[in-house]
Write a protein that binds this ligand. Structure first.
Ligand SMILES: Nc1ncnc2c1ncn2[C@@H]1O[C@H](COP(=O)(O)OP(=O)(O)OP(=O)(O)O)[C@@H](O)[C@H]1O
Length: 225
């Protein structure tokens, strides 16, 4: 089967004050359909930099990133935006929900952007939120939700458009240990149920072991990829 993600020779440097740091020094990584990969590495090892590259959120990289068979380097801005919208879902450490919209509306929004009709978008939002145990919180705004509940809404939003690949950057890093465990387990169950693949950055070894495969960023290269 075709890989959902194929990264080859990905390199990224930052120059500041005349000093250049090679953060990524030739990353090779493939993620198959439905595969959930933990990206482990200490703080500052480049996990977010790698996710930003794969998320087509930043330029300035050397190497190849193929998502769902499409070479990102060959796309213009509009093409990257389309691929991001059609193939990717994002979860961050902080939820980034829209404060004036309730939980359901936050999950409807990315679907409306893809021209899903409102009744279908609402049904999908409610079904995802209910699957995450938020059936009684559908009308709550983010400020009326706990941290764990906010992250669940962010997970539902990331999955709303059935992305081939979910990119998650420390998705439970802002939660206490017990809540992080519960939310991560729910995230993994839902992603598996949906058949999406996922690349999940964490520095939590214990949480990483719950995923299908672990790769480690060390001195700019990936081990176990
Ligand atoms: N825009 C930038 N300009 C200069 N240096 C940067 C920039 N973005 C990241 N870096 C540097 O790249 C390195 C990797 O940062 P990155 O945020 O990718 O690490 P990380 O593994 O995600 O860390 P953490 O677990 O703390 O989030 C760091 O040394 C950081 O200072």
């Amino acid at each position: 089967m075709n890989d959902i993600l194929k990264v080859t020779g990905l390199a990224r440097s930052f120059t500041q004050g005349g000093v250049t740091i090679d953060v990524l020094r030739g990353i090779d990584l493939t993620v198959g359909p439905g595969e959930i990969v933990a990206l482990l590495g200490p703080s500052g090892s480049g996990k977010s930099t790698l996710l930003q590259a794969v998320g087509l959120l930043e330029g300035g990289f050397d190497g190849s990133i193929r998502i769902d068979g499409e070479e990102a380097a060959k796309l213009d801005n509009d093409g990257r935006t389309r691929l991001r919208r059609d193939a990717l879902g994002f979860v961050y450490q902080f939820h980034h929900l829209l404060p004036d919209f309730n939980a359901t509306e936050n999950v409807i929004l990315p679907q409306v952007i893809r021209d899903v009709e409102m009744p279908a978008a609402k049904a999908r939002a409610e079904s995802l939120l209910t699957a995450l145990g938020l059936g009684h919180r559908l009308d709550h705004r983010p400020s009326q939700l706990s941290g764990g509940e906010q992250q669940r809404v962010a997970v539902a939003r990331a999955l709303a458009n059935r992305p081939a690949l979910v990119l998650a950057d420390e998705p439970t890093g802002n939660l206490d240990e017990r809540t992080a465990d519960v939310v991560l387990s729910e995230f993994l169950r839902l992603v598996r149920g949906e058949g999406s693949a996922a690349l999940v950055a964490t520095h939590n070894e214990r949480l990483a072991q719950k995923m299908d495969r672990v790769v480690r960023l060390h001195e700019g290269v990936l081990q176990g990829a």
